[in-house]
Design a protein around this ligand. Structure first.
Ligand code: GDP
Ligand code: GDP
Length: 435
């Protein structure tokens, strides 16, 4: 039986061989003092807490060539893809190098789970250095000293938890599971035109559409393949033409709509423009907003409005839904299809914002400027910031102490404005220096 394979990748001299030896628990020399000695793929079997696996040292893959192709060949990419897990070793005394970034880019595209090993953290006071590597977009780095063994236990615990028990067990990667899909909900009162719009959206895109059991009980989601990738429409069973017949009255209830909103990245609030913004529309918008879900307002049945009505409804929206800030407003006719195609760019924009990754340098410049303009109270200060994750954009702020909520909101606003992030949700996490 072959063991699960763990590939170790990283630039020369970051400490890959030292790490392999540390894991093997013996000094049998793969390491030699000269940098870049391990030119060939070396496979050795290792064990941790009763879990066996094969370690594949990929020293030879990152050769000295200048182009990315030289450094990471198609063959090595395949090998990484075949591995059950990958350890990306980086040198915390050096920081993120362009080479690290390029390898991270490739690793992010693979389905294989990756752990970032921030090596050469020989003392606790060096741990601050690991946060820079959050910017690689591969999750929280492990602070490790391969030389002294510091932090390797935690790393190995996590590593074996990723490995299948036997090599033939399929590995389900969390990265490719459902929550990653950009998700959209159509909300609105009965008869505003949700089903009509939804069927038109499916038809317009001429896309592969398939159903998937939703996260809410009894829910059926629809996946629509678009140019920017799949988009999940949450809980759409009742909106599909066929299903419309046996739709139960409970279906459109607020409760159900709000459950769907919780699973969504954007809510399309459909409003019947011939009626205007009703009290119920307002309540719905409030609840969606409170759930932290960004909203796109769709004024439907637009073709039925005369010029005077058209002028009036803009004020109506402003007056009654002003609390939403400045959400995109589209005027559409689901029935005739007019204006509906403008929805796709709107969603693409939302997906783009959601998936966006901002270089650490720029994040820090933004936070620095925000702090200069308005310092946090009581000497609180963010020393370092980085975008640790996308989907949605998540920023880690490394601070000397707790930051007040109001100040967090101020920083969030600064990030949103500086990077023009539209209505996409942004998450901020604060790490205290002593944590
Ligand atoms: P590789 O080229 O990635 O395989 O790197 P090596 O394992 O050969 O290590 C390169 C150099 O970094 C050697 O001189 C190691 O002794 C040193 N090194 C490796 N890990 C650590 C560590 O955790 N702390 C310190 N201070 N040095 C390390
Ligand atoms: P839902 O309850 O929100 O799903 O609403 P439906 O999609 O079932 O639409 C309710 C009614 O409004 C149907 O008779 C639709 O034909 C009609 N309708 C939907 N969109 C439009 C539109 O853009 N213009 C007009 N004139 N009628 C529409």
């Amino acid at each position: 039986m072959s063991l699960p394979v763990v590939a170790i990748v990283g630039r020369p001299n970051v400490g890959k061989s030292t790490l392999v030896n540390r894991i093997l628990g013996r000094r049998e020399a793969i390491v030699e003092e000269r940098p870049g000695v391990t030119r060939d793929r070396k496979a050795v079997d290792a064990e941790w807490q009763g879990h066996q696996f094969t370690l594949l040292d990929t020293g030879g893959w990152m050769a000295d060539g200048d182009s990315l192709d030289d450094k990471v060949s198609a063959q090595s990419e395949q090998a990484m893809r075949d591995a059950q897990a990958i350890l990306l070793v980086v040198d915390s005394t050096v920081g993120v190098t362009p080479e690290d970034e390029r390898v991270a880019l490739i690793l992010r595209r693979l389905d294989t789970p990756v752990l970032v090993v921030a090596n050469k953290i020989d003392h606790q006071n060096q741990e601050l250095a690991i946060w820079e590597f959050m910017g690689l977009g591969l999750g929280e780095p492990f602070a490790v000293s391969s030389l002294h063994g510091r932090g390797t236990g935690d790393l190995l615990d996590r590593l074996v938890s990723l490995l299948p028990e036997g090599s033939d067990e399929p590995f389900e990667d969390p990265k490719t599971s459902d929550p990653e899909l950009f998700s959209v909900t159509l909300v609105g009162r009965p008869n505003v035109g949700k089903s009509t719009l939804f069927n038109r959206l499916i038809g317009e895109e001429r896309a592969v559409v398939h159903d998937r059991a939703g996260t809410t009980r009894d829910a059926i989601d629809t996946i629509v393949e678009t140019e920017t990738g799949p988009i999940r429409f949450v809980d759409t069973a009742g909106m599909r033409r066929k299903a419309k017949i046996d739709q139960d009255t409970e279906y459109y209830s607020l409760v159900r709509a709000l459950k769907a909103v919780d699973d969504s990245d954007v809510a399309l609030l459909v409003i019947d423009a011939t009626i205007g913004v009703t009290h119920q529309d307002q309540r719905l918008a409030e609840r969606v907003d409170a759930a932290g879900c960004p909203i796109v307002i769709l004024l439907n049945k637009w073709e039925l409005l005369n010029t005077e009505q058209r002028g009036k409804i803009g004020d109506d929206v402003q007056r009654k839904l002003g609390f939403l800030g400045d959400p995109p407003v589209l005027r559409i006719s689901a029935l005739t299809g007019k204006g509906v195609n403008r929805l796709w760019p709107e969603l693409q924009q939302a997906v783009g914002d959601y998936r966006r990754r901002i270089p650490t340098r720029e994040v820090n410049a933004c936070i620095r400027a925000a702090q200069a303009a308005q310092p946090a109270p009581q000497g609180a200060r963010v020393m370092y910031a980085t975008q640790g994750a996308t989907d949605p954009p998540t920023f880690t702020l490394f601070a000397n102490r707790e930051l007040p909520r109001t100040y967090m909101r101020y920083l969030e606003r600064s990030l949103r404005e500086t990077f023009d992030m539209g209505s996409t949700p942004i998450k901020l996490r604060v790490r205290r220096r002593n944590d």
